[in-house]
Design a protein. Structure first.
Ligand code: GDP
Length: 600
C-alpha cells in the first residue's frame, strides 16, 4: 500500500457494504481486511466505528478521529529505518536515566484471603471514585481502572485481585505494582491466604497498606486482627510499629478515603516517576481474542505515551495500535504513564505479564518477533533449571542476591524450627531466606512464587500437587522433597557453601548372563555373555551378581562383539565384557549394566 492517506468520515455503526461504498472499494475487500484482523463479517453486517476504522486505515484511509499526522503506511515503507531494530530494543525501561521525569499515578494491586472483600473494595472504589473522562462513557471492566484519591490525585487499580495474578506477572519478569493493599476481614482475622499474600508482596519488595475490612460485621474484632498482624512482623502504627493499617467497610464505603490517602502517602515514599515524552513501555494485564474485534489486550503503561497508530512488539506478538479504549469505554488516541487501556491491533493474544514496547514500524516489530521466535526454537528445550546447586553458582556470579526458599510442611510444628534454622544458615556471601512457609501440599502458587523470586521449593513430608509438578517442570523450578529435617538443613548448608553434590539416580540399561569365561592371563578375563534384556552401552557400569549376591561393581572397561570393539550390544546378542578390576567371572553370573543419571 503506497497511496497517500485520504480522510474519511465514518459513523458510529456502519454496514459492511456501505463502508465499501464509502471507501470506493469492493465489499469483498472489506471482508478480507476484516478477516485479516480476526473479524468474521458478512456484507450486510453492521460493524462499529472502531472496527471500520481499522479496515479504513488498512486500506489507506484516515478515519474521522485520526489525529496523528504520521500514518502507519508511511512508516511501513520506510525501509532504511529497519536498521534501528537493535538499538530500539536496547532502550531502558526504567526511566532512571531520563531527565524529563514527572510523577505518575501509583499502580495498586489488591490481595488477600478469599471472601475477605477484595472485589467489594475494588467495586466500591470504582463506583465512588472512578475518574470519569470527558465523554463519560459506561465504566467497563478492562482489568484495571483509575480512581482519584480524596486530594484529587489519581491512583491506578489493577482489577484482578489475588496473589496468583500478582505473582504470575512477576514470574514473567513484570513488576508493575507500586503499592499493595492487603485486605483482611476483621471477623475472620489473618487467614492462610492472608499470610500467603503478605509473603508474595514481601518477596516482590512492594510496600503494603493493610485494610482491615468488614468492621461493620457483628463479630468484627479489630484489635485481634491487629495483634495477629504483629505475629507476621507487621506491627501497626498504633502498636508502636510502622505498618499502615486502615479499618474499612468495603460494603458500606467507610474508611475508603482514608485508605486511598494512605495508599498515596505510602506511594509518595518512593514517588513513582515516568517520562511521558518517550515511546511507551508497559505490560499486558489481560488479553483475549474477540470474534468481532480481533485481539483485544488490556495494557498498563509503565512509562511513555502510547499513540494510536504506534507499532508494538509484545513478546512473540506484534501489531499496530488500531484503536485504544480507556477504562470508561471511550475511544482515545493517546495514553500516558500508569494508564490502563484496551488496545486492538495485535496479531496474536499475548500472555498476561508480557512486556510491550513501541517500534518505528509494524514491519520492524514483526521482523523482531520472527527473529526472537527463531532464536527460541534454536535454543529448544534447553531451559535452565534453578536448583540448589545451580543457585549457588548464580549467587556467585552476582545474578541472584539471595537463596530464596519456599517451604511447605505437613504440620505447623515442623515449620517454625525449620524457618529459624534455615534463615540462620546465611553466610557472608549467601543470604538464605525463607520467603514463604506454610502447611500443605506444594501448589501452583508456591511454584509461581519460586519462579518470580528465583528460588527453590522445599517440601517436608508433603507432596506437590499434579498441577504444581507440571508447572515446576515447565518453569524449571526445583521441588526438593524430604522426610528428615536434618537432611534439609544439611543440604541447604552445603548448597550455601557451594558444595552440594548433584544428586544421581541409577538407571538400568541391561541384564546380561555370563555363559563362558575366557581367561587372559591371571588378572584378566572376558565374560562371554548373552544380553537377556536391554542394551549394553560401552560407557556404563556393571554389577556382577552371583546367586543374588553382589560380587563386584565397577565400570565396563571393554565391550566386544567377536573380536571388534563396539559401542553397544542389543538384546538377544552375545558379547564379550570386561569389567574394571575384576577377573573372577563364573558361568551363570548375572551382570546388571547401569549408569548414573543426574536427577535434576
Ligand atoms: P473476595 O473474595 O476477597 O473478592 O471477597 P468479596 O468482595 O467477594 O466479598 C466476600 C463477601 O464479603 C461478600 O458477600 C461481600 O458482600 C462481603 N463483604 C465484603 N466487604 C464487606 C464489608 O465491609 N462488610 C461486610 N459485612 N461484608 C462485606
Amino acid at each position: 500500500m503506497t497511496q497517500p492517506t485520504t480522510p474519511v468520515r465514518i459513523p458510529q455503526a456502519i454496514i459492511v457494504s456501505d463502508l465499501a461504498d464509502e471507501l470506493g472499494v469492493s465489499s469483498i475487500d472489506i471482508i478480507k481486511e476484516l478477516m485479516k484482523n480476526g473479524v468474521m463479517a458478512t456484507i450486510n453486517q453492521v460493524i462499529d466505528f472502531d472496527t471500520a476504522a481499522v479496515v479504513a486505515t488498512d486500506l489507506g484511509f484516515e478515519p474521522e478521529e485520526e489525529e496523528r499526522e504520521t500514518s502507519s503506511i508511511d512508516l511501513e515503507n520506510t525501509s532504511d529505518s529497519d536498521t534501528e531494530t537493535t538499538t530500539t530494543s536496547l532502550r531502558l525501561v526504567e526511566d532512571t536515566a531520563d531527565t524529563d521525569l514527572v510523577n505518575r499515578p501509583p499502580i495498586v494491586a489488591v490481595l488477600g484471603h478469599v471472601d475477605h472483600g477484595k472485589t467489594t473494595l475494588l467495586d466500591q472504589i470504582r463506583s465512588a471514585n472512578v475518574v470519569a473522562s470527558e465523554a463519560g462513557g459506561i465504566t467497563q471492566h478492562i482489568g484495571a481502572y483509575q480512581a482519584s484519591g480524596p486530594d484529587g490525585r489519581i491512583i491506578t487499580f489493577i482489577d484482578t485481585p489475588g496473589h496468583e495474578a500478582f505473582t504470575q506477572m512477576r514470574a514473567r519478569g513484570a513488576q508493575v505494582t507500586d503499592v499493595a493493599i492487603i485486605v483482611i476481614a476483621a471477623d475472620d482475622g489473618l487467614m492462610p491466604q492472608s499470610r500467603e499474600a503478605i509473603d508474595h508482596v514481601r518477596a516482590a519488595g512492594v510496600p503494603m497498606v493493610i485494610a482491615i475490612n468488614k468492621i461493620d460485621a457483628p463479630n468484627a474484632d479489630l484489635e485481634r486482627t491487629k495483634t495477629q498482624l504483629t505475629e507476621v512482623e507487621l506491627v501497626p502504627e498504633d502498636f508502636g510499629g510502622d505498618q499502615v493499617v486502615v479499618p474499612i467497610s468495603a460494603l458500606q464505603g467507610d474508611g475508603i478515603d482514608e485508605l486511598l490517602d494512605n495508599v498515596l502517602l505510602v506511594s509518595d515514599l518512593n514517588q513513582p516517576k515516568a517520562n511521558p515524552d518517550r515511546d511507551a513501555v508497559g505490560i499486558v494485564l489481560e488479553s483475549a481474542s474477540d470474534r468481532q474485534r480481533g485481539v483485544v489486550a488490556t495494557l498498563l503503561l509503565q512509562t511513555g505515551t502510547l499513540h494510536q497508530g504506534d507499532a508494538l512488539i509484545c513478546g512473540l506478538t506484534s501489531g499496530r495500535v488500531r484503536a485504544m479504549i480507556d477504562h470508561n469505554g471511550n475511544r482515545i488516541t493517546e495514553a500516558g504513564p500508569s494508564s490502563p487501556i484496551e488496545v486492538m491491533g495485535l496479531s496474536d493474544v499475548p500472555p498476561a505479564g508480557e512486556r510491550f514496547e513501541v517500534r518505528t514500524s509494524e514491519k520492524i516489530a514483526k521482523r523482531e518477533v520472527e527473529d526472537k521466535a527463531r532464536l527460541l526454537a534454536a535454543e529448544g528445550e534447553e531451559r535452565e533449571t534453578v536448583t540448589l546447586d545451580t543457585l549457588f553458582g548464580e549467587i556467585h556470579k552476582g545474578n541472584v542476591q539471595d537463596m530464596n526458599i519456599v517451604l511447605k510442611a505437613d504440620v505447623q510444628g515442623s515449620l517454625e524450627p525449620l524457618v529459624e534454622t534455615l534463615d540462620n544458615l546465611s553466610t557472608d556471601e549467601v543470604n538464605t531466606k525463607v520467603i514463604h512457609a506454610s502447611v500443605g501440599t506444594v501448589n501452583e502458587s508456591d511454584v509461581q512464587l519460586a519462579v518470580a523470586s528465583t528460588g527453590v521449593i522445599i517440601g517436608f513430608n508433603v507432596q506437590p500437587e499434579t498441577g504444581a509438578k507440571r508447572l515446576a517442570e515447565q518453569e524449571g523450578v526445583e521441588i526438593r522433597l524430604y522426610d528428615i529435617i536434618y537432611d534439609i538443613i544439611s543440604d541447604i548448608e552445603q548448597a550455601v557453601q557451594g558444595m552440594l553434590e548433584p544428586t544421581f539416580e541409577e538407571n538400568q540399561d541391561a541384564i546380561v548372563e555370563v555363559r563362558q569365561v575366557f581367561r587372559l592371563g591371571r588378572r584378566n578375563a572376558i565374560a562371554g555373555s548373552y544380553v537377556r534384556e536391554g542394551t549394553v552401552p560401552r560407557n556404563a557400569k556393571a554389577r556382577v551378581m552371583r546367586d543374588g549376591e553382589l560380587v563386584h561393581d565397577d565400570d565396563i572397561s571393554n565391550l566386544k562383539r567377536f573380536t571388534d570393539d563396539v559401542r553397544e550390544v542389543a538384546t538377544g546378542l552375545e558379547c564379550g565384557i570386561q569389567i574394571e578390576g575384576f577377573s573372577d567371572f563364573q558361568e551363570g553370573d548375572e551382570i546388571i549394566v547401569y549408569h548414573m543419571e543426574r536427577t535434576l
